[in-house]
Design a protein around this ligand. Structure first.
Ligand SMILES: Nc1ncnc2c1ncn2[C@@H]1O[C@H](COP(=O)(O)OP(=O)(O)OP(=O)(O)O)[C@@H](O)[C@H]1O
Length: 697
């Protein structure tokens, strides 16, 4: 079949499919506005379907797989799209959902032996592939048809042609879905069974975030009866990042998933009991000056994140529970007394499973009831007796200490909290650090319990910055461990709190409950950029894994020396030149410090370039030209990246990870400027190695 005939065949098929979709949308009709509950539920389903059909109308499918099941006479063409579409009368499946078992063949088959099999709910299905075709459809219009496999031929490399086409596109301020080009190693992660804590170590740009979001969509499809979107949670490093990824799930037809940062989640759990020190301050404190290895080791966040700390907390809580009840009887009246031993018995045995402060409350209520019953029985109806008894009860209650998570933490671990300022007679708790939050949530759960339902699935992005305690606290909120935990140790720049080996986090789970994957292929950047970034890491000790580029070549990475006086002009000239290139939509200038960013932002303005300035306090990423401290750029990507201060004095031997993060934000263009001496981190490979190791799993 000629290319033209192929195109024509697909165009006809597309018009038929679009006509069917349009007719189904028209058949759904307007919203139900009545009060009947059953009708409301049915209508919600109909509207949900309508929304999915409307998305499908733009791009009903992206792939075609001709597959002949063993025992059948002819192959069936399967069109694979973001949502499954059946004919209205239910006779034929027009489009197969990308998450359906059979679709795994489309992603897993990269040429070679066409006799394949896939796991269906009814067992293994065997058969033969005759054709694998990629189709690019935009707004209902067929634009490209690329065969990556036809019967008898094997030109696997063509698959890459379609992928390259996708990767070569420019990016705006939002991450996108990748359903049409999910790669085999990514598909394996997406389809991992639900009841596992899946750990993904992936180099920058390997698609970790994207894969995790697709996995959520997969789990919702595959385990429809067991998981619900509103019981899933995504934890991302910042609200800016949440905004950046916000387009992917709706595009995959998924809504209602809780998306938050660990800080906000923890503060919500603590119910307003805790004030947090401005995280912007903490970030600036850490990143705005050179950090020594001793700083990293000694950072208080490390100790607070260690599982041993939970043991200390458990001991302190056990002591609290053991000594909560005062060693004295409760005597509401001279004639009435309840021995301390009886009260202790009530507290520790009868209400054993409750959180400590709930037990306290129930115990005091029980004492009150006991007192009232006893007084009633003896007919001491005298008002004075009752008033005095109530006062005695109150006095007793005051001797049974009551704590919030914060006050208990501060009392038990004053050295961890640091500054507790005394204000008059009342001690006031100073704001807490981010690292205090997980211990506080842990304590709160033991004092007061939790009132959120268990999570069906939790995604943790940038997990290398999490501590074992944070993970343990999240794990407690699940009945069965089901998580996607992703990160890159090579980008672990928050050394004051994160982990240096994945085993620190996997150890939180019992053996057999985790799965571990590594992604070493980077899809974001050109070969030139990846090779350059690999060099930055090459000097680090430990199991550094260089990224493998996809064969996508672009401009060479530039390192340019500028004079102090001409730097602002040079930055502006570069940005201007890049903006004139039609394929460059987003440009970032990534400086080492927030103060430098402010100066650069001002310099760009003077040169007539509109740019937005991202700071720890102002995190709204809009696309276009952005000036942002490199430590805040993690997770984001830009068509072109300029690092304006790649001097040896800015990036010392301990800053390899930070510079690596900066370089790997670029898709197509990367340039480094310096004034005196270029940082040793990017010298030719033969140069002496730098310090600051990354350890392997
Ligand atoms: N299979 C794929 N097909 C097309 N594009 C892909 C694929 N996998 C990843 N990408 C693209 O590569 C880029 C990087 O993806 P993503 O941000 O998810 O990576 P990451 O591993 O989380 O990166 P980082 O660690 O740097 O934050 C995105 O633009 C994404 O769309």
């Amino acid at each position: 079949m000629s290319e033209d005939e192929k195109f024509q065949e697909e165009r006809t098929k597309l018009s038929e499919t679009l006509a069917e979709i349009r007719s189904q949308i028209a058949g759904i009709g307007p919203r139900y506005t009545g009060k009947d509950y059953t009708e409301q539920l049915l209508d919600a389903h109909r509207q949900d379907r309508k929304a999915r059909l409307e998305i499908a109308q733009r791009e009903p499918y992206f792939g075609r797989l001709d597959f002949r099941e063993r025992g059948k006479r002819a192959p069936t063409p399967l069109y694979i799209g973001k949502t499954g579409i059946g004919e209205e009368d239910g006779t034929e499946l027009l489009v197969v959902d990308w998450r359906a078992p059979v679709s795994s063949l489309f992603y897993a088959f990269a040429g070679g032996d066409p006799d394949v099999s896939y796991a269906s709910p009814d067992g293994e299905v065997e058969g033969t592939i005759y054709l694998k075709r990629n189709l690019l459809i935009r707004q209902g219009d067929l634009q490209r048809v690329v065969d990556s496999y036809t019967e008898g031929s094997d030109h696997g490399a063509v698959t890459d042609e379609f992928l390259l086409h996708k990767l070569g596109e420019s990016k705006d301020n939002k991450l996108r879905d990748i359903v049409s080009t999910i790669q085999q190693e990514q598909d394996a992660i997406i389809r991992t069974e639900k009841n596992k804590a899946v750990f993904i170590q992936g180099v920058a740009g390997s698609g970790k975030t994207t894969v995790a979001l697709h996995r959520l969509a997969y789990l919702l499809y595959r385990y429809q009866d067991r998981v619900r979107a509103d019981r899933m949670m995504i934890l991302a490093p910042s609200t800016m990042f949440l905004n950046y990824i916000s387009g992917v799930l709706p595009e995959l037809g998924v809504g209602d998933i809780n998306q938050t940062t660990f800080e906000d989640w923890a503060l919500d759990q603590l119910g307003g009991d805790v004030a947090l020190r401005d995280p912007a301050e903490a970030l600036e404190r850490w990143f705005e000056r050179p950090v020594t290895e001793a700083d990293k080791r000694g950072a208080h966040g490390r100790a607070k994140g260690d599982l041993g700390f939970l043991k200390e907390i458990d001991d302190a809580l056990a002591e609290l529970a053991a000594n909560l009840i005062p060693d004295e009887p409760f005597s509401p009246d001279d004639r009435l007394s309840l021995p301390a031993a009886t009260i202790r018995g009530w507290f520790s045995e009868e209400l054993a499973d409750d959180p400590i402060m709930k037990k306290r409350e129930r115990l005091l209520n029980r004492l009150k009831r006991w007192m009232e019953i006893e007084i009633g029985r003896e007919r001491w109806s005298d008002r004075a007796v009752k008033t005095q008894a109530a006062a005695k009860w109150k006095a007793y209650a005051n001797k049974v200490p009551s704590y919030t998570a914060a006050s208990f933490y501060a009392k038990s671990f004053p050295e961890a909290v640091g500054a507790i300022s005394a204000k008059g007679a009342k001690r006031k708790l100073a704001p807490f650090d981010r690292e205090d939050l997980a211990p506080l949530v842990y304590i709160h759960a033991r004092l007061y319990g939790t009132n959120t339902p268990a999570y069906d699935h939790i995604v943790i992005d940038e997990a290398q910055d999490y501590s074992p305690v944070q993970l343990a606290v999240l794990k407690e909120r699940q009945r069965i461990a089901s998580m996607t935990v992703l990160g890159d140790l090579q980008q672990g720049i928050h050394d004051y709190a994160g982990v240096s080996r994945w085993s620190e986090l996997t150890d939180v789970f019992p053996e057999g409950e985790t799965a571990y994957f590594e992604l070493d292929r980077s899809y974001r950047s050109t070969m030139e950029i990846i090779e350059f970034a690999n060099r930055v890491l090459a000097g680090m000790s430990g199991g550094v894994k260089p990224a493998r580029p996809v064969f996508r070549s672009g401009d060479a990475v530039e390192t340019v020396r500028t004079d102090e006086a001409e730097t602002a002009g040079a930055i502006a000239a570069t940005v201007k030149a890049w903006r004139e290139r039609p394929e460059i939509q987003s440009v970032a200038v990534l400086a080492r410090t927030a103060a430098a960013c402010e100066r650069i932002h001002e310099g760009l303005r003077r040169h007539g370039i509109e740019a937005s300035l991202l700071q720890a306090k102002n995190q709204q990423y809009e696309g276009g030209v952005t000036v942002v401290p490199v430590y805040l750029s993690k997770g984001l990507e830009f068509d072109a990246v300029l690092i304006p201060d790649a001097d040896a004095e800015q990036y010392g031997s301990g800053d390899a990870k930070l510079l690596y993060v900066g370089c790997t934000r670029a898709l197509h263009l990367l340039k480094l400027m310096y004034r005196r001496e270029l940082t040793g981190l990017v010298r030719e490979p033969s140069a002496e190695p730098a310090n600051g190791g990354v350890s392997d799993r």
